[in-house]
Ligand binder design. Structure first.
Ligand code: UN1
Length: 477
């Protein structure tokens, strides 16, 4: 069996132990063995990154541009092969795996360009004869901790800006999707990335993640994952005074107004809730539907999900792949039971036994629900969505905002007035009008509010806020 190794100071090294990387579409398929790093490996990686920092910071932006651009071009050229690897280990469909790999390629190319556009400001001082220069500098060694659900796009949108702005990186990917993480690091090596600038340490959150958040020479941590782990990271970073950026959960609302075009609203809702098996923090999980359109909406959604084929991620007819693992599947099924206990009517949601042994679940629609129910307040992270009936826009927007989360929010309407009011009043970081709540462009900012996110936004030109720090110089010529 192939062993995936860690990459520290420009060398591939084995961990002390390894864990099996299992295909969630077919648990008989053990893809490879993933090396597990230790706190000591983190320490060696941080030392390597610290030693590499000055040269990388001072390298011409052309050098950083060329490296990132080459990685991006290669990801685009190899998107079919890498996308298939992604789908095999993560379980999203082949089309989604290829699409995500292409997105990762575009992210690298975007930040390649940004490396050439790092600007400062020159300001006249209030003191005559004095100039003020404001410049942005890299922050040093950054620790990047990424989840399994977008195993190549999220590493790309953290690694590419980190490197573009002159930082060195210690990167810990999720343990269930190490293969595609290795692809990025492999390309970095292939295109001559200097030793120590990008280090990969795989392993458990507690040992490897914990060693990263506690390390005195890591200046900043960017994390995407669960709210429980995220708040622990924020506390640890507060203690060691690191800059921190967190992207966590969502309970994203999609309002469907009485004037919505159902031929737009139904596909947007079904895509937002169930594609990628609902395993997106931007997934729609609460459909807030005007009473006048409620029955027509519900029957059209049921009809659409009846036609979706749940199956092996690599099979060409599959619309929805498996859930990532047994633990997540059990958690989803517990929420389906909870929905019944809380008085919802449940459509679908059962465990499916298919030709290959995998973690399959039918899409679940919870009907006649109330926003106060736990199924409408807790993030499920599976193919489950609720319908909440409302009487009008005021009630819809109140329900939409009645959550501790604030990542994405959507509305389906043909009215300019509803669309405008929604954009003014929805308390979320990403808003979608007549589009699924999930599915981001690669060149614009992303991030939420309330307990969904913490710290500066990711992606687009706004990524510079996190990956640089500002220096103000006064010059008396
Ligand atoms: C998307 O909706 O295109 O983990 C991406 C997540 C988010 C990314 C969503 N950080 O689901």
């Amino acid at each position: 069996m192939d062993e995936l190794q860690n990459f520290i100071n420009g060398e591939w090294v084995s961990g002390r132990t390894g864990i099996e990387n299992i295909n969630p579409s077919d648990t008989r398929d053990v893809i490879d063995l993933c090396s597990q790093g230790s706190a000591e490996d983190v320490d060696i990686a941080v030392k390597a990154a610290s030693s590499a920092f000055t040269a990388w910071r001072d390298a011409s932006p052309q050098v950083r541009h060329d490296l990132l651009d080459s990685i991006g071009t290669a990801l685009l050229a190899r998107k079919d092969e890498v996308g298939a690897m992604l789908s095999r280990e993560e379980g999203k469909t082949l089309a989604e795996g290829i699409g995500e790999t292409a997105r990762a390629g575009q992210l690298f190319k975007f930040f390649a360009g940004e490396a050439l556009r790092i600007c400062g400001e020159k300001v006249d001082s209030v003191r005559p004869g004095v100039d003020v220069d404001i410049v942005r500098e890299p922050i040093g060694v950054v620790g990047l901790i990424t989840p399994w659900n977008f195993p190549i796009a999220i590493p790309a949108w953290k690694i590419a800006p980190a490197l573009a702005y002159g930082n060195c990186v210690v990167f810990k990917p999720a343990s269930s999707t190490p293969g595609v993480a290795n692809v990025i690091v492999g390309l970095f090596e292939e295109f001559g990335g200097p030793a120590g600038v990008l280090n990969l340490v795989m392993g458990g959150g507690e040992e490897v993640g914990g060693a990263m958040t506690a390390h005195p020479d890591i200046a900043a941590i960017s994390f995407t994952g669960s709210i429980g782990v995220g708040s622990g990271i924020a506390a640890a970073c507060g203690e060691s005074q690191k800059k921190v950026q967190l992207e966590m959960g969502g309970k994203n609302p999609m309002i469907v107004m009485e004037d919505a075009d159902l031929s737009v609203a139904v596909p947007a809702c079904v895509n937002g809730a169930f594609f990628s098996t609902g395993q997106r923090c931007t997934a729609s999980s609460r459909f807030i539907v005007h009473e006048d359109i409620h029955d027509a909406f519900v029957s059209a959604v049921k009809k659409t999900i009846d036609q979706l084929k749940v199956g092996h991620a690599l099979s060409p007819n599959t619309d929805i792949g498996p859930v990532i693992d047994q633990k997540q599947l059990e958690s989803n099924l517990r929420y389906v039971e909870l929905a019944k206990e809380e008085g919802a009517e449940v459509y679908g949601g059962e465990r499916l036994d298919l030709e290959t042994p995998g973690f399959y679940q039918a899409p679940a629609l919870f009907l006649n629900t109330d926003n106060a129910m736990r199924i409408n307040q807790e993030e499920i992270f599976g193919p489950c969505a609720s319908v909440i009936k409302c009487k009008g826009f005021e009630e819809a927007i109140t329900i939409a905002n009645d959550t501790r989360f604030g990542l994405s929010a959507g509305i389906c309407t043909t009215s300019l007035k509803y669309s405008r009011e929604f954009r003014r009043r929805a308390d979320a970081g990403v808003l979608m009008v007549n589009l699924p709540t999930a599915g981001l462009d690669y060149h614009v900012p992303f991030g939420g509010r309330k307990q969904s996110s913490y710290g500066p936004k990711e992606q687009g030109r706004y990524a510079i806020e996190f990956y640089t720090m500002v220096k103000t110089a006064y010059i008396n010529a």
